[in-house]
Structures are given as C-alpha cells and as structure tokens.
Design a binder for this molecule. Sequence first.
Ligand code: FES
Ligand SMILES: [Fe+2]
Length: 444
Amino acid sequence: MAARRYTGGLVDVAAGLIARDIFVRDDIYAEELERVFARAWLFVGHESQIPEAGDFILGRMAEESVIVNRDRHGKVHVFLNNCRHRGMRVCRYDHGNAQRFACPYHAWVYSDEGRLIAVPKLESAYHNQLDRDRFGLIEARVASYHGFLFACWDPETADFEATLGDLRFYFDDYCELPDGSHGDWQAFGGIFKWRMPCNWKFAAENFAGDYYHNPSHASVDAVQLSPSGVKGRHTYDTVTRAREALKLNICVAPEGHTARGELFQDDYDYLPTYQEMAVVEDYFRDCYRQRQDRLGEKARWFGHGGTIFPNVSYSNGVQSMGTWHPVGPHETETWRIFLAPKAAPDEVKDVLRHYVIRYQGPSGLTEQDDMENWGYAHEGARGVIARRQPFHYGMGLGHERTGWPVPWLGGEILATEDVSEQNQRAFYARWAAEMDRPPRRGPA
Ligand code: FES
Ligand SMILES: [Fe+2]
C-alpha cells in the first residue's frame, strides 16, 4: 500500500523516523489546527474552578478563547468566547460569576446558556429582522470525567469515555485521591500560564513517556526538591529507593494516549517522610493504608503521569494538568493547574503548594530544564541543514510487549520496562492518522 502523506511518510513510525518538518512548517501547522485540534477532546478545566451557579473561567482550545461556565441551573457549558456580530471577546475576565455576557463592542448580550438575549436597536435599526435564535454563542460538547472537564467541537467524534480507550485505568488512577477514593480535588492558585519558544508537540511527547531524558534533571535531583524528605524531585522517590519496582511505559493504541508509572511487588510498604511534619506525614500514611485496603492488588500501581492525546499531560503526585496550547508552529502557551485534596489539612495543602512552586510551572526547576531542552530542540528543527535529517524515534522498536505483566493493567496496551520510545511512536502514529484524515466541513 502506498504511504500516505504523514503515516509512513513524514511520520515513519515503523522505521522510527519523523521529519523535522512537522514541528516547524506553517502549512502543516494550519492543517493540524483543523485535523487534530478541531476534532479532538481538549482539556478545558476542573469543576472545582467553577463550583457555584454562574461561575465561569476563561479556557482555551488550541488558539481560541472559550468560556467555561456553570449556568444558573448548574449545567456546565463551553462556549467560544467570540461574538457572533464581529468576533469581539464577549468576556474579558479570567474568572468571575455572571448570568449574562455582554459584548463590549456593540453590546449584544448572551445568556449563561449561550442564547442571544438582547441586541441594541433591534427594532429601530434591525427592523426586527434579526433572528436571534440563529446567533447564540457557538457551543462545544462537554464531558466531565471525575470533575475534569473536556470539550470537543466535532459532533462526529466519539464520546469522551470511548476516546479514552484503555487509558481509563491510568487516568482513573490519576483522578483518585491519595486514599484511592474518588473524592473532591480542589484546583488552587489560579491557572499558571506562560509561553515557550517551541512547538507544542515537544512538550506533549516528552510527558508521554520520555524517561530517557532523566540526565537533564541531574541538578534538580541533587537537591531536596520533593516533599518526601529525600533528595529527588518526585513524591514517589522514597518508595522507588526503598523497594523493587518495575518502571513501565504504557501506551494505548490506536488512541495515542500514554501513561508512565511503576508496578511494585506484592509485599511493599510505603512510609514517606514529609519533612518531619507529623500532621502531613500522618495524613499521607493514613491515605496510603486506605488506598491499599480500597484497591487491593491494584494498589501496586503507582502512576507517574502521561499525555492524553493531543495536548494535555497529567502529572501524579504534584497533581497537575498541563495543557500545551499551540500559538503558531514556533510557540506554545502552557496552562497548568494544580490540585490538592479538598478535605486535606491546611498543612498538607501548604506542603503541596510549596512543592509545585519548586517543581513545575514557570518557577519550577524541573519545568525550566524541560523548557530549555524543548526550545533548543525546536531551534534544531528549523535549520535548513538540520531539517534535511529526520529525528530518531527508534528506541525499543520491535521490542514492545502486550499485556505485560498483570492483566488488570489494561487491554490493548503496550508495556515496556524502563526506557523506550514506544509511547512517542504511539502518540505520533495517532497524530499522523488524524492528519491523513480529511476534515469534515461544518455548517457555514
Ligand atoms: S462585536 Fe459583539 S456586539 Fe458587535
Ligand atoms: Fe523533564
């Protein structure tokens, strides 16, 4: 069969080679907005950011601003933040509480359910000939998964849960509180936003499964960054050092979602120290025991994080959702939220808050390492000479295994111990498949 443009062409996953063009070319970027972002489920926020009727935050889907709100009846909506008259933002506040959105330009007014409810001079200037029912805010489909909100523009895309596929076990694990229950998380500290001089895919693929880049965090690992009381940057470093574990990369094909984590032996015990703060240590030890009781054998899985195709990466422990919004081929705007268990003592929340400031976000030492790598790698994809050669994604090619090592880890997954680039290959295989699928044109 002849190679399509992307699958087997620019993205030759079977050979482990990917053209640098896909990171830097304007025409490919324009196609990506249509074929990847306009049809996928995209992460837009967490329900704890809009707890009350009328609450809203501004979100973002690819390049476009959206309003994520809870209407007066409690229903969550995602609207394009874009007036149907001339496209002005109908909402310019990052968050607030409102029962209507009045456009600042010519004052068309929309309800919290998106209907166009008032138009100045409707009678005298429009002669009552404007059909307001046709000009409500453009609304996306919304899915709330354990309080995590996703939205999608394409009516033909399958439901969110169906598109999660066998990532469900791993994302469920992420959504669980430290005690293994599905209680309330609370997003805190607003949304961290910053721009990076690189294509969004560098970040998405790194979080998808790049354990291989650990050496670039050597300086961070040399200091006590983690709240676990030992040197290292992760909450799980104490466990890793104390016990034998299989470090696994998990990818879910064909969806292209990925997970990373560790599978511990049956007889492990977990006694973290949280900087000698008794209340914090007691909290996590108690949570740990509850989690073991609640989950049984499945408590052996300790997730580290992963990427949900296309552009949101979840990080366990630090408990963040990082979304890589494209801003042209050469720039990414990162939006990251951090969450803490709502019912945890204030001391626990304080420890977690300080940890995320040290670890992730623009002030985070680990994220700074990553951004430096991605920025230079992007520059390295732009050069005329450099671009003649593809990037290499061949690590572990042909050595992927299915179903390993315990059946409850998922269905159609590949699991590889330690380092491999199978997760990145799965991510780009899905990306290429979407890029080869012509877009459906929506109603004019
Ligand atoms: S652009 Fe919104 S009322 Fe004119
Ligand atoms: Fe990193």
